[in-house]
Design a protein around this ligand. Structure first.
Ligand code: SF4
Ligand code: SF4
Length: 432
């Protein structure tokens, strides 16, 4: 078996492959060497970056042990959408500073190429950067809408998301095409340890500033109906991840959905949420959404609570919302926030399989949780358990629930039940 070389960065942030040390990876508190079966060539559109508060750790074949490089930083990768990270980089922490909210992923060097422990879980390519304009020219498209709908605050918010955060979903609104996000809620009743739209002071910086108003049903319907009328393959999604949670805006969303449905009965409308308030979720379901996507990091209540830190609801309420969707025949997806060393524990895998026996789950969207892994491990404080590896865990879930699909993106109704051909759970061999 060929073992990739360690990839590290010098103090200037320049990245090298090490002439002697081998790549190592981490899950929970364990460092280990990669097996080829876990590695794929670095996907295009990935980005390498060094981890400033760390020293790189590699495996010394001569000494037969892991060793840290005093003058070198660990290197990580931003994977593009649709890829599931399987293992973290190995590193030695050299400061107590909390690391930014990124999905840290190991990387090595093999046969003149970078390799990463990851699998592709969705073959939708609408996310690809080549399909988006990041230049100032895009402002022309945005200004067309702002001039035409000067009173609509939702268009102003989406313009900010598209031009300041370069959110690709927000850009779709102005092309117009595909999935249209509907940020609606400035509030949330969870306090996720890794919330990307709001962080308590003294913690990790959050990359987005949460919106500070709730649009009216009429503002929402105006954006949605324009999208339905003019966009290629339109899909409307409430709650795309960096606002509050739309469950807190359920009344206004239900009213908006009713308005949209008058003119566009066939438009796919999706509701992404923590689904923590079953009565509120029922209002949205009854108004006519086609699908809900329920965000969770675990189906074990203690693990869920340690990350979501719910305020005024319990995990049983999340289950009640899913039951309400199942009763109404609404499509249910999970937004499973994954972390190696937590999601792939045997107890987590067993709990997810049981959960899916209680509730009809059609699709599992796997997300790489953006967080400093040690912050998360210390928040959750788990007893020792068998680690299956995420790939093996997905395989086990699929074996128990053969109809479930895996993916990364929300789907139009027509695509609800298709396999997107992935994930590839087979063992891969590298050419020599
Ligand atoms: S549910 Fe979403 S908005 Fe609410 S705290 Fe968690 S990540 Fe943040
Ligand atoms: S709130 Fe976040 S996900 Fe939604 S449109 Fe804005 S930047 Fe994009």
């Amino acid at each position: 078996m060929q073992i990739p070389s360690l990839v590290y960065a010098n103090k200037k942030g320049e990245i090298f492959d090490h002439p002697e040390l081998k790549m190592s990876m981490r899950s929970a508190e364990y460092d280990f060497m990669p097996y080829e079966a876990e590695l794929i060539p670095l996907p295009s559109c990935s980005r390498l970056y060094f981890m400033p508060h760390t020293n790189a750790v590699g495996f010394d074949l001569a000494k037969g042990g892991f060793t840290a490089l005093d003058d070198a930083h660990a290197v990580s990768v931003f994977l593009p959408p649709a890829y599931l990270r399987l293992f973290l980089p190995s590193y030695k922490r050299i400061s107590n500073d909390i690391m930014p909210l990124y999905a840290y992923t190991a990387v090595g060097w093999l046969n003149d190429s970078f390799v990463v422990p990851a699998i592709k879980v969705d073959n939708d390519s609408h996310w690809h950067p080549d399909l988006y304009d990041y230049s100032d020219k895009f402002k022309v498209k945005v200004e067309f809408y702002l001039n035409k709908y000067p009173k609509n605050r939702l268009y102003k918010q989406l313009a900010h998301c598209a031009l300041t955060y370069h959110c690709t979903a927000a850009k779709n609104v102005f092309y117009p095409r595909w999935e249209c996000p509907m940020p609606t809620s400035p509030a949330c009743n969870s306090r996720c340890v890794g919330c990307i739209s709001l962080q308590e002071s003294e913690c990790c910086p959050s990359p987005q500033v949460r919106m500070d108003f709730m649009p009216t049903a009429e503002e929402i319907a105006e954006v949605a109906c324009n999208h339905a009328a003019y966009a290629e393959k339109p899909l409307i999604s409430f709650g795309q991840g960096c606002e509050g949670d739309p469950v807190m805006a359920a009344d206004v969303i239900a009213a908006a959905v009713r308005l949209i449905r008058k003119d566009f009965p066939k438009l796919t409308i999706n509701f992404n949420s923590n689904c923590s308030l079953p009565d509120q979720v029922a209002k949205v379901l009854d108004a006519g959404v086609d699908s809900i996507r329920v965000s969770l990091n675990s189906t074990i209540e203690a693990t869920y609570n340690a990350y979501y830190r719910p305020r005024g609801y319990s995990f049983a309420n999340v289950e009640a919302s899913i039951a309400a969707a199942n009763e109404r025949g609404v499509y249910v997806a999970l937004n499973l926030l994954t972390m190696p060393g937590i999601t792939d524990r045997k107890s987590e895998c067993d709990a997810l399989i049981d959960f899916m026996s209680r509730h009809k789950i059609e699709l599992i969207q796997t997300r790489n949780l953006n967080i400093d892994a040690e912050l998360l491990y210390s928040a959750i404080k788990l007893a020792k358990d068998e680690l299956m590896g995420l790939k093996n865990m997905l395989r086990t879930v699929k074996k128990a629930h053969k109809d479930v699909k895996f993916g990364y993106f929300n789907r139009m109704k027509d695509d609800f039940f298709i396999e997107r051909g992935l994930p590839d759970l087979k063992v891969k061999k590298f050419k020599k």
